[in-house]
Design a protein around this ligand. Sequence first.
Ligand code: M6R
Length: 366
Amino acid sequence: EKGGYEHFMLKEINEQPRSIADCMRGRLDAKNGRLILGGLRDYMNKFQNADRIIITACGTSWHAGLVAEYLFEEFARIPVEVEYASEFRYRNPVINEKDFIIAISQSGETADTLAAIELAKSKGATIFGVCNVVGSSIPRATHAGSYTHAGPEIGVASTKAFTAQISVLTMMALKLGYQRGTLSESRYMQLLSELETIPSKVERALKLNDKVKAIAAEYKDARNFLYLGRGYNFPVALEGALKLKEISYIHAEGYPAAEMKHGPIALIDEEMPVVFIATKDSSYEKVVSNIQEVKARKGKIIAVVTEGDTTVRNMADHVIEIPETEEAFVPLIAVVPLQQLSYHIAVMRGCNVDQPRNLAKSVTVE
Ligand code: M6R
């Protein structure tokens, strides 16, 4: 059932070109400029006219929510808040009927997310679910939703569900931007076509496996890791760090790269591997200076860069080159080598990759 793979996690990492394509199948037709999310149809009005979008989730799903914050604000110009479900539900939050709530959950059973939904519902907000498990509790508790169609995810560390969540949220943001007129027709068409190329670009990124494995061998005994990125890649840094800590038990922190000098920079010495997501985008130059700051303190630099980048190659200890895409779509590709890195490090350390200690696939207790 592991399809010839040693672990479910590796199988699921490798399935991503297909799971992302499955998620877009029947929804995205770039050639004809069509993007249809069935679940959204009856609620498009509410969505379009919302004063605010509140995204609530836990763990990796919360990271997908952070990516969506950038997507919705850039393309649809609606203010977004991303909330840990566990904080949101106990904070007596200000919510009203003009709020559009998006709850993200792979399992559809996370207790805190479910409770956050019930709370928002009681205040009259519209609740939209982005879930993977069909017929689970969250889709039943929401007004509407779109499934991620990633197929069963068995490994405790979420991988293909994350990229499928981002795929759904990206389609939602593009649709919303187009309907609201904040995205021009031509830009919309351009983005749809690029989105369609993502599965094949993820396929290419997967080929980096051997290179990533060699890097893993070099750093498997590290005691700490730092992951840094900016903009769309800030949530990718958080997700890379979460993947590493949950399956390899190495302490890892993700940070927005610019925040480094507000504290974490004190940790940097020759023992500290720092993973940068430094793709060619609007914050590239800034990230390059952050890399210089780490290098000056002798930190070890592992950088995920855009194919062909020579600037970072000359500075970093290791580069992982991923295919170029729209800035907004980079997380879908950049997260892949980070999943592979955590996988290989965990295997090399003899950890139980699919069932890490102390963790359950879905957290049904608060
Ligand atoms: O099923 P959910 O998406 O609601 O689960 C949320 C988190 O428990 C989950 O993403 C967790 O952080 C994973 N182990 C991350 O890999």
